[in-house]
Write a protein that binds this ligand. Structure first.
Ligand code: NAG
Ligand code: NAG
Ligand code: NAG
Length: 506
């Protein structure tokens, strides 16, 4: 998203300055030369030389760097091809340029911000310029109010004294997102929702570090930090949860937002409680769920949301692309995997299987359904079970990489074996991959969450996504990041699936 913005805004310094000087020279030359035929000839000659020089410069120029000009679809597919063919080239390309973009970021500290377009498809949606503006305004606000700024110190002092009246007033208000250290997908959905809430209420979002946040995500806002400073002692300020709930300190409020329809939950999204919260500089928010859609029902936010996201469904897509940039460590996991297993395929098919292996029957039924869905919609090729064509007879050299995300290895092995033991009808080459065998979603240790993040990101790089359920948080994040419309398997009745095996998610 950032990428799209700077592409259209900054453009390629080389070409744009080239053409600009080209034009001005022509203008200068045109006025005196119009008088005589002789100088017309001269002009022609100059034009010819110029055009030859221009084509030469196009030919000799380095391959387009990823911030080049308007990155049209064809340009990005050229990049894709280049990446597939020669990693050395693309590496060189990555080192070029980029310097002029987002100057407040140090490129080396967060490579994914600059290299994402090499791996992930361009967004199929257009970000509204209004959202662009609002994000810029938010960045300014965050820089003004971020940790250890004067305003932050001032507001923090007031929190400690619990008194709004004395001293200077600070214009800064905050929403602190509490980190549950729970499942990564849920946390990302909750955090993106909290950011939209901050945007809508002109608050500054501060993120509790937790065990791993700094290992997973780059700073999203330039020249400041979104992490709640460790000095901010949540625990010592409010010793107990009950204090948080009802602290009597007018400077702070605590809200726990969950994705259900209990009364307390509804209360948060009603206009009156939003008005009440406006006066409170510190809002501590515990939210591990995707409450973003509920914001669309809060009447004071409706108009603004309509302007930010003319297409409501794109809200998480844009926000997640803006907020979530993998750190260099995670980016290493993503890019090494991508280059080793996925980059050379003509098409990448991501499959998320959110079902653990259960009874033998159900297991085989699910495999059958995935394959039936895949072949029915031409996502996966059919296999030839009778005529075993030797591979030398292969006509179609197209290759597809199937990337499987699943907590149990059985599904991966079965699908791989189908394409290993049988040739495909048209001869496509199918490779099947699965990055991890660990059930890491349930054990949020450090490397585990990095791998989970890498897996989510890789899924979002698929060309096509097939999922067993659209309700998994991992799937929600992956298809949001990728801007993909996943195929969702229909719930099988009594274990056996029928047509339609899967439907396109909205
Ligand atoms: C970033 O912030 C520092 C100090 O807060 C300031 O000196 C520097 O100029 C800022 N840089 C940009 C690009 O805004
Ligand atoms: C804010 O407070 C911190 C210490 O609590 C201090 O290091 C910092 O310089 C202060 N910021 C300003 C702008 O005074
Ligand atoms: C599913 O199985 C139950 C009993 O096992 C049966 O009563 C029901 O009709 C079956 N449904 C379908 C759609 O086959």
């Amino acid at each position: 998203m950032k990428r799209g913005k700077k592409n259209s805004a900054a453009g390629d310094p080389l070409t744009s300055s080239d053409t600009r000087t080209g034009y001005s020279e022509l203008n200068v030359m045109m006025k005196p030369s119009l008088s005589s035929i002789k100088s017309m000839g001269l002009l022609l000659a100059v034009l010819m030389v110029a055009s030859v020089m221009f084509s030469l410069s196009v030919v000799l120029r380095d391959p387009p760097s990823d911030d080049d000009v308007v990155e049209t679809e064809s340009a990005s597919s050229v990049l894709q091809i280049r990446l597939h063919q020669d990693d050395g080239l693309s590496e060189k390309k990555e080192q070029l340029g980029d310097v002029n973009l987002v100057p407040s970021f140090d490129k080396g500290s967060c490579l994914s911000r600059y290299e994402a377009s090499l791996y992930r498809k361009e967004s199929p949606f257009k970000q509204s310029s209004y959202l662009d503006n609002r994000l810029h305004r938010y960045e300014d606000l965050h820089t003004r109010c971020g940790p250890f700024t004067r305003s932050y110190n001032l507001t923090l002092d007031k929190l400690k004294s619990g008194d709004q009246s004395d001293g200077e007033v600070s214009a800064c208000r905050y929403v602190i997102w509490l980190n549950s250290n729970g499942e990564l997908g849920n946390r990302m959905l909750g955090l993106a929702s909290a950011f939209l809430y901050a945007l809508l209420t002109n608050r500054v979002l501060l993120v509790e570090l937790g065990l791993d946040m700094a290992d997973l995500f780059c700073e999203p806002f330039p020249n400041t930090s979104w992490f709640l400073p460790l000095e901010f002692r949540l625990n010592s300020l409010f010793k107990e949860q009950s204090l948080l709930l009802n602290s009597g300190n007018p400077m702070v409020a605590y809200r726990h937002v969950v994705r259900d329809s209990r009364d307390q939950q509804k209360l948060f999204f009603c206009e009156e409680s939003q008005v009440l919260l406006e006066e409170t500089p510190w809002l501590i928010l515990k939210a591990d769920s995707f409450f973003l859609p509920s914001l669309f029902s809060v009447s004071p936010f409706k108009q603004e949301l309509q302007k930010l996201f003319p297409e409501k469904e794109t809200a998480f897509h844009f926000l997640s692309r803006y907020l979530f940039h993998p750190t260099n460590v995670v980016w290493g996991l993503i890019t090494r995997y991508y280059r080793a297993y996925l980059a050379r395929a003509d098409q990448i098919i991501g499959i998320d299987i959110g079902v653990s292996e259960s009874g033998n029957d159900q297991f085989q039924h699910l495999i059958d359904q995935i394959l039936a869905c895949g072949t029915r919609h031409k996502l996966l090729p059919e296999v030839e079970k009778q005529r075993h064509l030797p591979s030398s007879q292969v006509l179609n050299r197209k290759s597809k990489a199937v990337f499987i995300s699943s907590s149990s290895p059985g599904y991966f092995e079965s699908i791989r074996d189908v394409y290993w033991e049988n040739p495909t009808v048209m001869g496509e080459i199918i490779s099947v991959h699965k990055p991890s065998h660990k059930d890491y979603q349930k054990t949020p240790r450090n490397m585990e969450s990095k791998r989970a993040w890498a897996e989510i990101y890789l899924l979002s790089c698929s060309d096509v996504l097939v999922v067993t359920s659209s309700w998994s948080s991992l799937v929600e994040v992956a298809h949001g990041l990728g801007g993909l419309k996943p195929w969702v398997l229909n719930k099988a009745e009594n274990g056996t699936a029928h047509e339609p095996y899967c439907v396109r998610a909205r």
